[in-house]
Design a protein around this ligand. Structure first.
Ligand code: HEC
Length: 159
């Protein structure tokens, strides 16, 4: 009875595969990666790992998720932002008024992709936060809440 094992294998691959829209988005997202690349130090934008996490918490269904990514990219505003901290540190993202189908494909890709944790980014964040906190005397030497959260995630997922 080898068939069940084969079926499970096929189902697993299917679950991992991107939809055709997301597959197109994977190419189109090059337009975003000059800033959103998780390997960039210093960082220019939050990696899509964190963006996906945040947007999935707020938008439960895929269509709403895609719509909000589309609306954001066309016209980023502070009121619309789900992530306030990156704006403070990096400034507001410039508008990316790409065609709708392209933005929707990018949204589908951000929704579907299994992004790896941005370990390099977190390591740098922790280094900078600790230095900044020591300089300003903030965080009583233990770093901010954000610092603690990143440290925990870093230990769980990167070490
Ligand atoms: C020139 C650099 C740059 C490019 C190019 C860029 N972004 Fe951004 N993006 C940023 C910065 C900086 C932030 C963090 C500040 C902010 O939220 O405005 C950000 C934040 C975001 C957020 C989080 C917004 C929120 O709700 O807080 C999303 C979603 C996003 N970008 C999507 C995209 C997509 C999709 C593209 C490509 C179509 C793109 N970005 C291209 C710089 C960029």
């Amino acid at each position: 009875m080898k068939t069940p094992a084969l079926i499970i294998l096929i189902l697993t691959f299917n679950a991992l595969a991107l939809t055709p829209e997301a597959e197109k988005g994977k190419t189109a997202i090059a337009a975003c990666m000059s800033c959103h690349n998780a390997e960039l130090i210093p960082q220019l934008a939050p990696p899509f790992y964190g963006v996906q996490n945040k947007y999935k918490k707020v938008y439960e269904n895929k269509q709403d998720f895609i719509k909000s990514i589309n609306a954001w990219a066309k016209k980023p505003t502070q009121e619309k932002a789900l992530m306030q901290r990156p704006i403070k540190i990096l400034g507001l993202m410039p508008p990316m008024p790409l065609p709708d189908d392209m933005l929707n494909n990018i949204g589908a890709y951000i929704y579907e992709e299994n992004f790896g944790p941005p370990c390099k980014h977190w390591a740098n964040d922790l280094k900078n936060d600790t230095t900044a906190n020591m300089k300003t005397g903030k965080g009583k030497g233990m770093g901010s809440n954000h610092d603690a959260m990143i440290r925990m995630k870093y230990q769980q997922l990167c070490q």
